[in-house]
Structure formats: C-alpha cells, structure tokens
Design a protein around this ligand. Structure first.
Ligand SMILES: [Zn+2]
Ligand SMILES: [Zn+2]
Length: 152
C-alpha cells in the first residue's frame, strides 16, 4: 500500500483519457450448476409439491418425476434414476444431464454416473478389488485416473 489511491472516477483531460473500467470483465466465470440439473423457478401458484421435471429435446417431451418419487421411492435420486433409465431405453440423456463416466482401462465396462461421488466410489472400488486403473471422465473438467495406488 504505497501512495494515495488514485481517483479514477473523474476523467482528466490532461494526460489523455483511458476508459476507466474498474473491473475488467475478462474471463468472467460462468456460474453453472455443478449438478447439471436446471431447477427452474416454478411459479408459486401451481407448485403442488417439489416434484422435479425433466425435458428431453431429442424426444421433444417433458416428464415430471412423480412416478420415480412415489412408485420407486428413490427420493432425491429421482433425477438420477430417471436419467439413467432414459439412457438405458433411448441411448441418450435428458436435457441438462451430463454423466460422469467411469471407464476401466482393462475391462470393457463403462459405467455412467450422475454425480462425482458415486463415480469415484465405483472407480475406487474397482481399482481396489481388481487393481485396474479406472479413468473418470467429468462432464466439464476433463478426465482423471483412479489407480490401485490411490485406494490402498
Ligand atoms: Zn430422450
Ligand atoms: Zn477393470
């Protein structure tokens, strides 16, 4: 902290003006939902309960997850359950759902997960029991590898 804080609020004509932008907006961090689930603000009038809905632009359809919540009783994993079921039956995921992939480098298996934690648990468990390194592919932050040395 040396010297007086220069007051940029008033432009001085003497030394030529440079546009005083107090905070340069370079590389503005895009705030995104890490869960990949866009919880739309439901209108308060018809919010019966907190039943999430999912849409799929490929199917051009929209679902609420009452079935998952009431019949399957999967609770807060309803979105995950629906998305995995949707992928199982259609080969793709609903809108806004990007899975984690746990891909064993030695087995043909490739398991999708909708959250980091179960993906990591699978990778660690597989590496622990088989000694195989497992590559985890995150929806946005790239890949990482869980090897047997990580789970000793
Ligand atoms: Zn679909
Ligand atoms: Zn394996």
């Amino acid at each position: 902290m040396t010297g007086d804080p220069t007051d940029d609020s008033e432009p001085t004509d003497d030394e030529g003006h440079h546009p005083a932008t107090p905070s340069s907006g370079t590389g503005e961090p895009s705030v995104e939902n890490p869960d990949g689930f866009d919880s739309r603000s439901a209108t308060e009038s018809d919010a019966v309960e907190d039943v999430p809905t999912l849409t799929c632009s490929r199917c051009d359809r929209e679902w609420d997850l009452t079935y998952e919540l009431e019949d399957l009783q999967v609770g807060n994993r309803a979105v995950e359950q629906f998305a995995l079921d949707h992928h199982r039956h259609t080969g793709h995921y609903p809108d806004g759902v990007t899975p984690w992939l746990a891909d064993c480098q030695q087995c043909p298996e490739r398991e999708p997960f909708l959250a980091e934690r179960p993906a990591h648990r699978f990778a660690e468990g597989h590496a622990r029991h088989t000694g195989h390194p497992v590559t985890l592919t995150a929806p946005e932050s790239g890949t990482s590898t869980v090897g047997p040395e990580d789970v000793r």
